[in-house]
Structures are given as C-alpha cells and as structure tokens.
Design a protein around this ligand. Structure first.
Ligand code: NOJ
Length: 503
C-alpha cells in the first residue's frame, strides 16, 4: 500500500523532472544552434578594382576593366568606372579603422596584378604597388585583423589580355610568376590565399560582348569561356603547387580558390527536374569544383558528355571543352587547403533549351527561373532572398566534396544605399541562421563568414547603382567618408556576442 502510494507520488515528480530536463535541453540546443562555434571567423570583403581607385597612379598598369570602361563608358549602367571608386588607394586606413570598429577577425581584399606588375610580367615590378599592399597588410595586422588575399578578382593586366588573356595556355606561366611575387613579398604575413574569385563570373567575359558584360567583353560563347575555364584551373594548380613546393614549410599558410553559384533547386520534384537541377549545378559550379575538390578530379562526367556530344554534332574536330591529360587531372586534383564559397541567391531549374548556339546555357539543357514570391533586392535583378538555398548549397558542398573546411568568402545584399538598411540586416540574420543549421544539423565544417561588402563600391557594370556596403559612401564627395549603416552595428553585435539575436 505504502509502496503504491509512494510510487504514485514519485511518478508525477519524475514526469515533471523529465519535462523540466526536456524543456531546458531544448532551450539549450536552441541556444547552441544560435551560437557560432568559438573559433568561427567573421570578416568582410572588397576587391581592388571596386574600391581602390588610383587607376593610373604611381606606375600602375592598365587592366581589362580600366580598358573596357574607358573605351566603352556605356558598358556600365551609369557610365561610371573605377578610376576613383572609394579611393581606398589613399584611404585604406579608414577601411581598416571601420573593420576594427566592427570587430572583424579578417579582411578579404584583392591585389591588383597591374598595380604591382604593370604589364603582368615578373621582370617589371612596380615597387610603389608592393609598398601599398605592404602598408595595407601591416595596418591590418597592427589592428589584429587577418588578411585574406585574393590574387585575381577579375582585373587582368591589359597587356596580357592583348595576348589572348585566359584563352591563351601561356597564362598559367604568367599566373605562376605573379603568385611567386605575392608569396615572396607578402607570404611572411599573409596566411590565407585565394587564387581566383568566382571564375564562373569572369569567364563569361569570353562569352559575351556589349553593354553590361564582363571584361574583356569577347563574344565566343561555348568556346572562349571554356578555354578560359581550362586555363585558369591549370593556373590555379600551378600557384598551389608552387606554394606547396617552395613556401608552405616556411610560411605555413593556406591556398584555395573561391567558387560561386546560385543554389539550383528543381522546379518540381519530377525526376526530370531533379536531373536538370543537377546539370545546372555541374555546369555552373561542378565545372570548377570537381577538378579541384572531388575524389576523382576532372570535369564532371555530365559536362564532359554533353559538350563532347554537341561538339561532334556541330561537326567539330574536337570538343569545345578542352581535355585534361591524366597527369593534369592528378596535378589539379586536391589543390586546396579550404573551400572558398560565395553565395547570394537561388534559382529554380527545369529541363529545356535556352541560350545561343553554342553556349554554356544551351549545353546544360536547363531553363532557369525564380519563384515570384521570393523577396528581391530593389536594385539587383539576380538577387532574390532565399536563405534556405544557402544551407542547401553549403550542405551540398559538404556532401559532394569530402567535407572540406568552408570559408564563406562572400554573402550580402544590395539596395539603394539607405542608412537604415533593415532588409540587409534581415538578409544577414536569415543567412546566418541557415548557415548554423548547416553546421549543427547537417554537420558542415563552416569556419567563417565574410560579408560583402565593407563599403558601398563600384559594382562592375552596374557602376554605383547597387550598394552592397555595411558602410555608406557618397561618391560625389571627394573625401569619400565612410558612414555606418545600421547593418554595421548589427554585425558588430553578432561578432561581440557570437550569437544571432532572437528578437
Ligand atoms: C561577387 C563578386 O565577387 C563581387 O565582386 C561582387 O561585387 C558581388 N558578387 C556582388 O555582385
């Protein structure tokens, strides 16, 4: 009787205790999912042509963006160019000051090849350019900020373009020479290297010409862009092996490439759309990622198959997509120490025929669309806000490329420059949330996030019409003051608390 009694009073107690433990546990795991890992890196990014200005100062050579926008001012929406931009060439200390103000762990910037090697050749070094980057790197380190350095953010010296640019296989030699100059001059202090930024974007400069196209604006779709792809992959591997063989032991840094893509979601869950979405991923991302990050190396099989088949049907003697020798497949495979990943938006995919004949779009046999219910940037047509696509892309990279350490090297939102940039805050908040789901729920190894961008800047062929900065810059003011937007305060708080605020 007593036992029964005791039992019946203990049972509710135990139940209550279990409930308390459960609720507490759930709250704790919510908190954990909301909290960044202790060693997570927060940073922000820019690129040389977009911020530096000083386009012909102190011996800098002309690059393909200087050239294209001087020759064709109408190729950018507002007919502007990067001649002055944010004037970071003179105001880099301001950039470092605001990075420090936000508490950033790293700054991703790029080196202008033509600033330190005016023609792109290693026998012609411009000391003033070397000095500029030494000053920037030292200023960052003095302020406790890690430099993450992109070697090539789209601004090829024009002299090399006149030799054919990335369509010429000799570019791998020139790029290796350039990388050597960088390791020699900066490798004692720079430990995070990125060879190329977004090859998918810049090889399109060999596919399309005319207003709003990438430099060098050459119209050879399905041929020029594939040649450029092939040669930059070799150039990347050359820079990686050079580091491995001659600098790694002494300098102890890391080298990779930064790749980008929209997340490609099947339009429906039909087998056909699922296969189409995979083709879209392989033609936009796998084409660069597979040779470097996969276990097998080389181009993805579906890319090889479709381009070869079409090239043959077109009566060509060889595939429009060049072939790597077995040795070259091995040489390129595994040339990474981490994965640089840029994400902004997502697209829907179904099967079909689009694009010029020939072209990458047509080769991929996909039709791309968006869901009209997705919120969109008010100024950038391609930027729909799809945070779940961020998680899917991270997890897809994690699962398809051997669980690499992933540094998000760009992620951000554009508007017209308002200081109360609530939509940008919401963008970052929702994307941080999805990033942490990829980490805690999918097991991805994301080591850091880099916001694009520190300051409003020259958005390529959109000129100054699309503002991505967390600091506002008035481009009619010669002093180019950097003015904080609300989003810079938001990032600062996240970095301080290392948590995503829940309210
Ligand atoms: C990617 C590019 O790397 C960067 O230069 C550009 O400004 C942003 N996307 C926004 O379009």
């Amino acid at each position: 009787m007593t036992a029964v009694k005791m039992g019946s009073s203990i049972r509710p107690c135990l139940l209550l205790l279990a409930l308390v433990v459960l609720v507490h546990g759930a709250a704790r795991s919510r908190a954990a999912n909301n909290r960044f890992p202790d060693d997570f890196l927060f940073g922000a990014a820019t690129a040389a042509y977009q911020v530096e200005g000083g386009w012909n100062e102190d011996g800098k050579g002309e690059n393909i963006w200087d050239h294209m926008l001087h020759e064709h001012p109408d190729y950018s929406k507002d007919h502007q160019n990067g001649d002055v931009a944010d004037d970071s060439y003179h105001r880099y200390k301001e950039d470092v000051r605001i990075l420090k103000e936000m508490g950033m762990n790293h700054y991703r910037f790029s080196i202008s090849w033509a600033r330190i090697m005016p023609t792109g050749e290693a026998n012609n070094i411009n000391q003033a350019g070397i000095d500029y980057y030494n000053n920037l790197i030292n200023e960052l380190l003095d302020n406790g900020i890690l430099p993450v350095v992109t070697m090539y953010h789209w601004d090829l010296p024009q002299w090399l373009q006149d030799l054919g640019g990335w369509t010429n296989p000799i570019m791998a030699d020139y790029f290796e020479d350039y990388a050597r100059v960088l390791y020699e001059n900066f490798g004692d202090r720079v430990k995070w290297w990125i060879t190329f930024n977004e090859p998918l974007s810049f090889v399109s400069g060999y596919a399309h010409a005319g207003p709003f196209t990438q430099a060098p604006a050459i119209s050879k779709p399905g041929v020029g862009d594939y040649l450029a792809t092939h040669h930059l992959l070799i150039a990347h591997a050359r820079a990686y092996h050079l580091y491995d063989e001659q600098y790694r032991t002494k300098q102890q840094g890391k080298v990779t490439i930064t790749l980008n893509t929209d997340w490609h979601e099947p339009l429906t869950n039909s087998t056909e759309d699922i296969a189409a979405a995979d083709r879209a991923r392989q033609f936009s991302f796998g084409m660069f990622a597979h040779p470097i990050f996969s276990t097998e190396g080389d181009y993805p099989a579906i890319v090889r198959e479709l381009v070869d088949k079409k090239s043959k049907a077109e009566g060509r003697t060889r595939s429009r997509l060049p072939v790597f020798s077995k040795e070259m497949v091995e040489y390129i495979r595994g040339t990474y120490d981490y994965f640089g990943l840029n994400y902004y938006s997502s697209k829907l995919v179904t099967s079909g025929v689009t694009g010029e004949n020939p072209s990458r779009e047509r080769d991929a046999e996909v039709v791309i669309s968006i869901d009209p219910s997705w919120p969109s940037s008010p100024v950038t047509s391609w930027l729909q806000v799809v945070p779940w696509g961020f998680r899917k892309l991270i997890t897809w990279v994690h699962e398809n490329y051997n669980a690499p350490a992933i540094l998000i090297t760009e992620n951000g939102y554009s508007d017209d420059g308002s200081l109360e940039d609530t939509d940008r805050i919401n963008y970052f908040k929702s994307h941080f949330t999805e990033l942490l789901k990829a980490v805690y729920e999918d097991g991805a190894n994301v080591i850091g996030h880099t916001a694009w961008s520190v300051i409003d800047n020259m958005e390529w062929t959109s000129g100054y019409t699309e503002k991505f900065g967390v600091y506002y810059v008035n481009f009619t003011d010669p002093a180019r003051p950097r003015i904080p937007k609300a989003s810079s305060q938001f990032l600062k708080e996240i970095i301080q608390t290392r948590e995503i605020p829940q309210d």
